[in-house]
Design a protein around this ligand. Structure first.
Ligand code: ZN
Ligand code: ZN
Length: 279
């Protein structure tokens, strides 16, 4: 696995690459706009060129991808929130395309009272409409599995499978597997046996080929509690050893895996622990 981190793009997109390179990241995840607001700052055309030349100058980082805005909820029951979510997603997808990023990772959403079935249908319909608006974008859209807090879609593999089944141009979509979310949602990875069982379920339900990226986070909360609180590697309930099978899985040899742990100061320690598991 190509191990890296979620890096800040404050002050310029290229700063995510520079920051990642500074701590020896082999992959970088970033936001392309403020993750807590609907709109984006004005972006100048030359910023895309600066980003791309910085990327070429840092070949050690093999994959760079985006995490979507947290506000986006394609399963929103409120029509105004849904319209804002789609507009925000499109804004983000356009930026990802112009920056030449590999993926846009997003959380499928929370349908609340509307219910799972309608929520799943609405997420798929929204994704189909977005993909059609950008027919030539090579940026893959990755659904992320969730811890299962509240009404969020994505705690169980069949929920994600049902979205994928409704997508038209399926090759443009994939899955980002978050270790903390999976663990918290009741998919164990702490032993080789548990890890293989979880990955077999992903393969049976979704197809292992659809998994294109990983979020490598330990979990503050215990197994199966549906709480989403990331911990530094080895300081949570999964434990350092729990990542051994994943980072050495030959199926994911060149896949990017980024940490999204709470304290940036401790990123080097997390990266060192993960890289130290590779054989
Ligand atoms: Zn994540
Ligand atoms: Zn999370």
């Amino acid at each position: 696995m190509r191990i890296g981190a979620h890096m800040s793009a404050a002050g310029g997109f290229e700063n995510a690459i520079k920051g990642g390179s500074g701590i020896d990241c082999e992959a970088v995840q970033m936001f392309v706009k403020s993750n807590r607001s609907w709109g984006a700052r004005a972006v100048k055309d030359e910023e895309f060129g600066t980003f791309k030349s910085t990327r070429s100058a840092n070949p050690g980082i093999s994959s760079i991808f985006c995490h979507g805005t947290y506000l986006v909820n394609l399963a929103a029951e409120d029509k105004e929130i849904l319209a804002k979510s789609i507009a925000c997603f499109e804004l983000e997808y356009d930026l990802c395309t112009k920056l030449g990023l590999d993926f846009l990772v997003f959380h499928p959403g929370a349908p609340k009272k509307m219910g799972l079935e309608k929520g799943i249908a609405q997420v798929a319909a929204s994704l189909n409409a977005i993909a059609k608006k950008f027919p030539k974008s090579p940026v893959k859209i990755l659904l992320e599995n969730t811890a299962g807090q509240g009404s969020t879609i994505g705690r169980a593999w069949p929920e994600l499978r049902q979205i994928i089944d409704k997508l038209e141009d399926t090759k443009r979509f994939g899955l980002c597997f978050d270790t903390c979310h999976a663990f918290s949602a009741g998919h164990d990875i702490r032993t080789e046996k548990a890890y293989q069982k979880t990955m077999k379920a992903v393969d049976d339900e979704i197809g292992i080929d659809r998994v294109l990226a990983f979020h490598l986070n330990d979990s503050e909360h215990e197994f199966g509690t549906n709480h989403d609180r990331h911990a530094h590697i080895g300081e949570g309930q999964i434990g350092t050893e729990g990542f051994r099978w994943l980072v050495n899985d030959p199926r994911f040899k060149d896949h990017p895996g980024t940490i999204e742990t709470p304290d940036e100061e401790k990123f080097p320690q997390d990266l060192e622990r993960l890289k130290g598991l590779r054989t």
